[in-house]
Design a binder for this molecule. Structure first.
Ligand code: NAD
Length: 326
């Protein structure tokens, strides 16, 4: 039986990855500073540890074959654009200590969750964006704070692979969404935030969208994400690979899709004072497909048909149990 640790197992993708690895008959240790919010972890062991600290990383990576490093201080665009110092500091401590601890503990394989935020902003100024290829990362001009740290952590993985023969694998996630993801509180991403706003809106009500709504993105459904993580981790390819969808939509189109799934009519009010991130971003999966013969299966509509009901249900339950509810 293979043994793996999932760092960040209390978070959205890490929690799903634990369930996926259990389905593959792994023994799994989950590690995080918090337990999963919405359901219990299926991990065989769950350690509450702050991975910014060296001793905790040594403990987290003891006696396992594979490390999946997904722990990070992160959130939606509102959060990552206003907390550069804290995010960069926390994440560089986690990633530096996790790599060295994995090396010292003789881990066979190390997976790192990077991000599309490492791509240069100068390649993402148009809504009609050319999909980003892996080589586009350099010359660098990533997202401030969060993106610079991810790019350097990718480099650290490369150096440990070259100098210390630690087998490292890196995926650049592009906007992952799905059930059991954060949908309120400020750290949620666009699809979850829009599902929440549509669920709370009365029919034909106005909902607020950050930016002018014409900024473009692609969104990867969580089941495709965890399957892709596993395939990349098991592959022979050690350089970074995109893990995203190629289905590009504007944020306004995303709202229309969510409204369609909800069976509601909504009116969009654009708030231009709010951050909107880069103007356009899409994933080019050519390399992923040519190396692994694999591509994501879920269309955005299919993913939203699975995500919206989960968020709407959670909100309805909350309303029912609120003080004063009938
Ligand atoms: P998430 O915030 O739900 O999960 C991250 C987890 O890391 C959280 O549970 C958090 O408690 C944990 N963590 C933070 N600081 C920690 C610390 N000091 N010690 C231990 N645990 C700590 O985010 P997610 O969406 O599941 O993202 C997982 C990984 O994928 C992250 O590395 C993120 O940067 C990357 N990523 C995600 C997306 C996306 O769209 N969700 C896109 C690009 C990259």
């Amino acid at each position: 039986m293979k043994k793996a640790v999932v760092a960040g197992a209390g978070g959205f993708i890490g929690h799903h990855l634990v369930s996926f690895l259990k389905g593959k008959q792994y023994w799994v240790r989950g590690v995080d500073i918090k337990e999963p919010e919405y359901e219990k972890s299926q991990s065989d062991e769950f350690l509450l540890l702050d991975l910014r600290y060296w001793e905790n990383c040594l403990r987290a990576t003891r006696e396992v074959d594979e490390v999946y490093q997904l722990a990070a201080d992160m959130g939606g665009i509102g959060y990552i654009s206003t907390n550069h110092a804290e995010i960069a500091k926390n994440n560089i401590l986690i990633n530096t200590h996790m790599l060295e601890a994995s090396y010292q503990n003789g881990v066979k394989r190390y997976f790192f969750s990077s991000s599309a935020c490492i791509y240069p902003t100068y390649k993402q100024r148009s809504a009609d964006v050319v999909p980003l290829k892996e080589e586009d990362a350099i010359p660098a001009e990533p997202e401030e704070g969060y993106g610079w740290e991810k790019l350097f952590a990718e480099k650290l993985c490369q150096y440990y692979q070259e100098d210390k023969r630690l087998e490292t694998r890196v995926a650049r996630f592009h906007n992952v969404y799905g059930p059991l993801g954060t949908y309120e509180g400020g750290r949620e991403k666009a699809p979850a935030a829009i599902c929440r706003k549509v669920a709370l809106a009365e029919d034909a009500a106005e909902i607020e969208v950050w930016g002018d709504g014409r900024q473009t993105r692609s969104f990867l459904y969580i089941e495709d994400c965890v399957e892709g993580i596993y395939l990349i981790a098991q592959s022979d390819y050690s350089k970074p690979l995109n893990l995203g969808s190629e289905e590009l939509v504007t944020i306004d189109q995303l709202v229309e899709m969510v409204a369609k799934v909800a069976g509601k009519k909504v009116r969009i009010k654009h708030d231009l004072s709010k951050p909107q991130g880069v103007r356009g971003r899409n994933s080019d999966n050519t390399k992923l497909y040519s190396l692994l013969g694999w591509k994501p299966k879920y269309s955005l509509l299919e993913g939203l048909q699975r995500t919206y009901p989960w968020i709407a249900d959670r909100l309805a339950q909350k309303k029912k149990s609120a003080p004063g509810a009938e």
